[in-house]
Design a binder for this molecule. Structure first.
Ligand SMILES: CC(C)(COP(=O)(O)OP(=O)(O)OC[C@H]1O[C@@H](n2cnc3c(N)ncnc32)[C@H](O)[C@@H]1OP(=O)(O)O)[C@@H](O)C(=O)NCCC(=O)NCCS
Length: 196
């Protein structure tokens, strides 16, 4: 598998992360609201931890993960990150996403994530995508619902965050679920501008 491709949507460009993104990543992940529901980063963010994390990502083989910068095309600004962590033995991947707080609530994540989902099933030909979020993260829950993920269960106290164990909702999307969701979108012409 070669380097993951650049993906365009109407408002966004998803391009592989680069080391030059470091300062901007530290800036937006420095927001408490962004780290509140992330597993590996805690407020206040430690730039050295971000540097190490970014270095590992950039050195990783494409068959192990994909990390795209979500770039808002009109201003060329990095507004978030979308990730896939591959499980090649089981033909599946886990999706993650996080966005600068200033850009929340404008449909950017579903817009980016739908294209990443298309890439997983159409280009990579994988069988399944997984997604998890802490129960209190209702924004992420809404994104999962809008994308057509199926709720599969809950890990009781599955994540340790900010000093306590949190329940975690787990979702899956199979290739057949994707085909169905895609047909519904096409049939009902239900691709609002923010998903196009
Ligand atoms: C979760 C996250 C990626 C959502 O991205 P986004 O681009 O803002 O997503 P959307 O624009 O589709 O908004 C999500 C939903 O949140 C809803 N929402 C807005 N304010 C809300 C609030 N105060 N409480 C709960 N939901 C709210 C919106 O109404 C929207 O749903 P709708 O389209 O049905 O109206 C973003 O909030 C984020 O980066 N959070 C921090 C990191 C994170 O939690 N990542 C996911 C880890 S699993």
């Amino acid at each position: 598998m070669s380097r993951h491709k650049v993906i365009e949507t109407s408002r966004l460009c998803l391009r592989p992360l680069e080391f030059s993104d470091f300062d901007r990543i530290v800036e937006f992940m420095g927001q408490r609201a962004v780290t509140d529901f992330l597993l590996y980063f805690t407020y206040p963010i430690v730039p050295e931890q971000v540097r190490e994390w970014l270095k590992n990502i950039l050195e990783a083989k494409p068959e192990h993960c994909a990390y795209w910068a979500i770039v808002e095309k009109s201003k060329g600004e990095l507004i978030g990150i979308i990730s896939l962590t591959m499980d090649p033995y089981n033909h599946k991947t886990e999706m993650g996403y996080w966005l600068d707080k200033d850009f929340w609530g404008q449909g950017y994540t579903p817009e980016a994530a739908w294209r990443a989902i298309e890439y997983v099933f159409e280009d990579l030909k994988l069988h399944r995508i997984e997604l998890t979020h802490m129960v209190a993260n209702t924004r992420s829950q809404r994104v999962a619902q809008k994308l057509g993920f199926q709720l599969e269960g809950c890990w009781r106290e599955g994540h340790f965050k900010n000093g306590s164990y949190k329940d975690v909702k787990i979702y899956g999307m199979l290739a057949v679920d994707y085909s169905r969701a895609r047909k519904i979108r096409e049939k009902e012409n239900q691709q609002p501008a923010n998903l196009a």
